[in-house]
Design a protein around this ligand. Structure first.
Ligand code: F6P
Length: 507
């Protein structure tokens, strides 16, 4: 990759921008802020405050072509086994087509029927038990769409194996009125099965063992395992091995979200995702929001060498969005080998992090403005709020705009170096009219395809996550020692062993 003409042209071009300040770029083109933007269905992507020019975009588009991005997108959309290390498709886009595969349509109808029953039944609380992709997407979206939620149904999310989470989530709940939705693609995830067993005992304690089954539903690609846990087949919803956990929000993994907001809002979210899917598949790179977001990410990561970026939604409803993006991006792009197993030729996934604005301004923005590291920022905002407090919203958005402006342009030299704002710090703004099920779906698909764009350029497989396996295996071994089921492992390193000993002494 780095030895192609396209990559080298970008490297040479990047050197021409040495010493060029964003101030110079804006002064040199009075319409830059209107030119370096792209739009689709109400979403505006303004990438003008990055250290690039129109020529950069052309060169990045050539890089995308050279990497075969168009063909890779077609392969993904056609359901080809693009997840090469697991030899299966990553076909999440099929879930949100208006004409999905029949098995997807059938499962959506079952979910809608179940959700409608729960929404009109006697349940007070629904607790989603899952972790990673079986938690972050539905939890993020349920918080984001709170204004669409059933007013009398409390939907909560239990993920951590830490018993404090079980205690916190079940605090004050009436077991007789609580429904658990156990979500696990594999149904082998320790955290989820431990929480599910504890939930089962908690319910059985209150309503008796016979009644307990009616308090559980499951979503999984291993239905037999869910039934082994005593969950009725009627309440088990399918997902498929061709849907990756972190790409699964549009599948039955979104059941708790559908229960919260209803099948219609859920369908609107799917329609929003599909809009971006089609846009990604068909729009030229220079007008293609997910492709541009990804290519600007490549530019910042590989040609400027910045190792992290911040996702800052100026929306309390999107408070969980940075955490969702952390899994989506870092589990997909944190790879050191290319698809063929050879070492990655360039730096791959940057660290993604963030918090909702304006809170972060009173915490880490100091480093964004004056730190020695440059952190490109992706701001997300909306023109209209989902509440009537107009003054709050104007202030919120004024802050988003001010932060992007301050990062880019800094302030005139002050005598005091401590008060200096050098500026020239890159950011991108994603702006939509309002946060709705449709715009949320669009935002999710936008980031999914951003990640795919980058993975294609890096030639890595964004759909596996072998890097999480070793820790799981070691934790199983250590858990056996902590509970006395196994003897100490004589081959273990002295640090881990003495920490185990200390834990056992104090346990
Ligand atoms: O450990 C990582 C992971 O495999 C994620 O990729 C996945 O989203 C999560 O665990 C949960 O997996 P499951 O849905 O199989 O319980």
């Amino acid at each position: 990759m780095h030895d192609t003409g396209e990559w080298q042209a970008l490297s040479a071009h990047r050197e021409t921008l040495d010493g060029v300040h964003l101030r110079d770029l804006f002064n040199g083109d009075r319409h830059r802020g209107e030119r370096l933007v792209a739009e689709t269905d109400g979403w505006l992507l303004d990438y003008s405050k990055n250290r690039l020019t129109a020529e950069t975009v052309e060169l990045l588009a050539a890089l995308a072509d050279q990497a075969g991005l168009r063909l890779r997108i077609e392969a993904m959309f056609d359901g080809e086994p693009v997840n090469t290390t697991e030899n299966r498709p990553a076909w999440h886009v099929a879930l949100r087509r208006p004409n999905p595969p029949p098995e997807v349509r059938a499962e959506f109808d079952r979910m809608a029927e179940f959700a409608a029953k729960v929404r009109s039944g006697h349940w007070q609380t629904v607790v989603n038990i899952g972790i990673g992709g079986s938690d972050l997407g539905p939890a993020m979206a349920t918080a984001a769409l709170a204004t669409h939620a059933h007013p009398e149904l409390d939907v909560r999310f239990l993920s951590n194996v830490d018993g404090a989470h079980f205690r916190e989530i079940t605090r004050g709940l009436d077991p007789a009125l609580t429904l658990f939705v156990v979500v696990s693609k594999t149904f082998t995830t320790t955290e989820t099965s431990t929480n599910a067993r504890t939930a089962r005992a908690w319910i059985a304690d209150a309503v008796g063992d016979e009644q307990a089954a009616s308090h559980f539903a499951a979503v999984t690609a291993s239905p037999n395992k869910a039934q082994d846990l005593g969950i009725d087949a009627d309440a088990v919803f399918a997902m498929w091995d061709w849907v990756g956990g972190r790409y699964s929000l549009a599948s039955a993994v979104g059941l708790s979200l559908m229960i919260a907001v209803g099948p219609d809002a859920f369908a609107e979210m799917l329609a929003g995702m599909h809009h971006i899917d089609e846009h990604y598949r068909t729009a030229p790179w220079a007008e293609n929001l997910p492709a541009l977001l990804g290519l600007v990410g490549i530019w910042n990561r590989n040609f400027w060498g910045w190792p992290t970026y911040a996702v800052l939604p100026y929306s309390q409803e999107l408070a969980l969005f940075p955490a969702y993006i952390q899994q989506l991006d870092m589990e997909s792009s944190g790879k050191s080998v290319q698809a063929d197993g050879t070492p990655a030729a360039t730096a791959t996934g940057p660290v993604a992090w963030g918090q909702p604005g304006t809170n972060g301004q009173h915490a880490f923005h100091q480093l964004l403005h004056q730190g020695t590291d440059i952190v490109p920022v992706e701001f997300i905002g909306f023109c209209r709020p989902n509440h009537g407090l107009a003054e709050h919203h104007d202030l919120l958005m004024a802050n988003l705009l001010a932060q992007a402006e301050a990062l880019a342009f800094g302030a005139p030299e002050a005598g005091n170096p401590h008060r200096q704002f050098s500026g020239n710090r890159p950011s991108t703004v994603l702006l939509a009219d309002r946060l709705t099920p449709r715009t949320l779906g669009q935002l999710v698909a936008l980031y999914e395809h951003k990640v795919f764009t980058q993975a294609t350029v890096w030639d890595i497989n964004p759909f596996d996550q072998w890097g999480v396996e070793l820790g799981k295996t070691l934790a199983t071994d250590i858990a056996a020692e902590l509970t006395g089921a196994a003897h100490p492992n004589p081959a273990r390193d002295s640090s881990t062993q003495s920490l185990i000993n200390r834990y056992l002494e104090h346990r």
